[in-house]
Design a protein. Sequence first.
Length: 293
Amino acid sequence: MENTINTLKYGNVEISVADRGAELRSYKVDGEEFMWDRKPEFWAASSPVLFPFVGSIKNGAYSYNGKEYKISTRHGFARTEDFELVEKTENSLKFRFSSNKETLEKYPFEFELFITYTIAGNTLEIGYNVVNKNDSDMYFSLGTHPAFALDVNDDIKLSDYYLEFEKNETSQKYKLTDNGLVFDEKADCLNNENKLQITETVFDDDAIVFDDLKSEKVTIKNSKNSKELSVEYKGFPYIAFWSKPKAPYVCIEPWYGISDFENASGKLEEKTGILKLEKDCEFFAKLIVKGKK
């Protein structure tokens, strides 16, 4: 199926969203681009949705109601599926992906997943809505993974950039295994500070994942100019930061859920961070992204 790109301009903001994964490809404010341009030599994505799992499943399999299901892909499967544009207004785009025969073979729940992009002033609100279509509880995780471009040139180096939290934080980061599982131990990272410096080596050990930050907003800044990009993520229990080493972008990833721990039982309902949604119920989450030159 051809991957359609849907473009929307409202006020001084313009966005482009692909049908494939309902993935945000472009977010421009006053003509200034803030999204990573998907250079394949670093990372050929820009903002995948992580559903129905975040991260890796131990041994590529899990069990539910006594039956085993295999899923080898990281971050679930919705990011590579074609969404349908179900509603377009002057300032919003709404996409839907529904369970089908293929998804039920690896994930035993009927669902609808909606992603809505709404432009308001300079801000872009990204809404996530999961609908349980089963006669019973549904277990899932949902994560966000937007990648924001870091302008690197003769004047601005990668090390001029930093992430600024809205509050001072003291927190340890999770240690991750080589195959993306989570160790049951942490490493010191933030000590009563509100900045995380971006360097060529800061992501050498994979993503930096926190589960206890007080901040609900983080801003990408640099010491050479006033361009900045903030992400507000109220309610998300986990947040990760990631980039390929030395790549000129950074991902800000609020999550409901996390990779399996290395000692995970493999039972879906026992998975750390998993959400339970009762029948006929819906789940809502949102990010508020704001760029300024």
